[in-house]
Design a protein around this ligand. Structure first.
Ligand code: ADP
Ligand code: MG
Length: 430
């Protein structure tokens, strides 16, 4: 598909070259060179097939390297026909891969889960496929295609509305595919979605915390009947709170990254669904529209709830807590009872502009111009359609009740994406 938005993204490609992952060998720091040579020593079979080029990422559970596949990749799967590997083939260069070293301290189950899901999800251009796995004693290296992308921090303030549209289009397509396969990503955030703003292409990576869902959709906390016999009886939060809550502590998967967690994760819902990823995608979308990253920055779950109540209003959050059998009381008077996303956006951007934090030609002005003077609504009009549609999309990601939150497939059909849907349809006809 040709990129209709290429010319509308007003960022200068050159300014990114220094930040990009295109480092030539001599730009690699001594420290990284030492680290790579250590890996080659500890993993003797590695250098037969791969030449390490650079370190491109480091997380809690892994280090990722860029490498050249010296003997090509032997797997004969369809995946090899997809970019960027096709390019390497035609130019007769060796394929460039990303080599993910999963730390030996990770539990075997965790490693197996990640590799298994990567393997199972192979087959979609917006999700990184697993090309190979190398094992030496207790060490594991997952081989993925290398995707040239830009750091989110380098473009989130500069994407115009059409650029945001393409980013979210790619993201929701990736989610749609993964969710259709019955997988929750659980750790959706910008560093796990590799995006190239000039090509308008994005790829979802990092299934380290991902899990399969048992039952699609419903949260048992939402249904009174299902609670009968449950150890976690609904607390009558409308009355007085018991001094001593002697119910057993709730256990639920809370894996993920603070700031991107859906309310049901914070309230320890025991049957979380793919809708937790939709919430996280909404947080990314809001970040792009507010040109603020990160949006939420709380040190713990309690603060995270407070942050959500600032944006969405206490009333909604208290109701949401009730849905999951929890009580929530916020005694700070300053916190809004009912949230207003549009007002929040207006107030935040106005403040930022007062502080001169955006250059004069920033794309942020196209967003700010849309508000009426009070900042509690958008000015209506054809020109502002995209912004209004995006706000509506975000609202559908931020439904507190996961059963009311739209899924990726429904979101892709929202009016915000209509011009991209038309382009896709045209392509099919051609
Ligand atoms: P972790 O579990 O440690 O977070 P990730 O799979 O998220 O590991 O990878 C860490 C970082 O490495 C990513 O944020 C990205 O910058 C880089 N990375 C991972 N996979 C690739 C890839 N296939 N191509 C290019 N860069 C990658
Ligand atoms: Mg990651």
């Amino acid at each position: 598909m040709t990129d209709p938005f290429k010319d509308e993204i007003s960022i200068d490609d050159k300014q990114f070259i220094r930040n990009s992952n295109l480092n030539s060998f001599d730009e690699v720091s001594l420290e990284v060179l030492e680290e790579m040579s250590k890996l080659e020593t500890n993993f003797p079979t590695l250098s037969t097939d791969y030449r390490l080029i650079d370190k491109i990422g480091e997380g809690t559970f892994s280090t990722v390297y860029k490498a050249e596949a010296l003997n090509g990749i032997k797997l004969n799967s369809e995946v090899w026909n997809s970019p960027p590997l096709k390019k390497s083939k035609t130019s007769k260069k060796n394929p460039i891969v990303a080599l993910k070293q999963i730390y030996v301290t990770s539990s075997p189950n965790r490693i197996f889960n990640e590799l298994n899901l990567l393997y199972m999800l192979t087959g979609n251009s917006r999700v990184a496929p697993l090309l190979d796995v190398l094992r030496y004693q207790d060490q594991i290296l997952a081989i993925l295609p290398y995707y040239h992308h830009y750091d989110f921090r380098d473009f989130y303030r500069d994407l115009p509305i059409k650029g945001i549209k393409k980013y979210l289009w790619e993201l929701f397509h990736a989610l749609d595919y993964v969710h259709d396969k019955g997988v929750i990503h659980r750790d959706l955030k910008p560093t796990n979605f590799l995006y190239h703003p000039f090509k308008g292409k994005g790829v979802l990576v990092d299934f380290g915390l991902a899990e399969r869902i048992n039952l699609p959709g419903t949260c048992p906390c939402l249904s009174k009947e299902k609670l009968v016999g449950s150890r976690h009886k609904r607390l009558n939060v409308k009355g007085a709170y018991p001094k001593i809550d002697n119910r057993p502590p709730r256990r639920a998967n809370r894996a993920g990254t603070r700031g991107f967690r859906a309310p049901e994760v914070l309230f320890k819902c025991t049957n979380q669904s793919t809708k937790i990823d939709i919430w996280s995608a909404g947080v990314i979308g809001l970040s792009l529209l507010m040109r603020k990253f990160p949006i939420f920055n709380s040190p713990d779950d309690t603060d995270a709830m407070l942050e959500l109540s600032w944006i969405f209003g206490v009333d909604k959050l208290v109701k949401c807590a009730e849905l999951h059998g929890c009580g929530l009381e916020i005694s700070m008077k300053e916190v809004n009872k009912s949230g207003n996303l549009i007002k929040l956006l207006h107030d935040f951007l106005t403040k930022e502009i007062e502080c001169d934090s955006f250059p004069e030609d920033s794309v942020v002005y196209e967003t700010l111009e849309l508000f009426n003077e009070e900042g509690d609504d958008f000015i209506n009009g054809e020109h502002y359609k995209d912004h209004i549609n995006l706000i509506n999309l975000l609202k559908s990601c931020f439904k507190m009740d996961p059963s009311k939150r739209l899924n990726a497939k429904q979101i892709l059909k929202l009016p915000f994406f209509s011009e991209l849907i038309e382009l896709d349809e045209e392509e099919v006809i051609l």
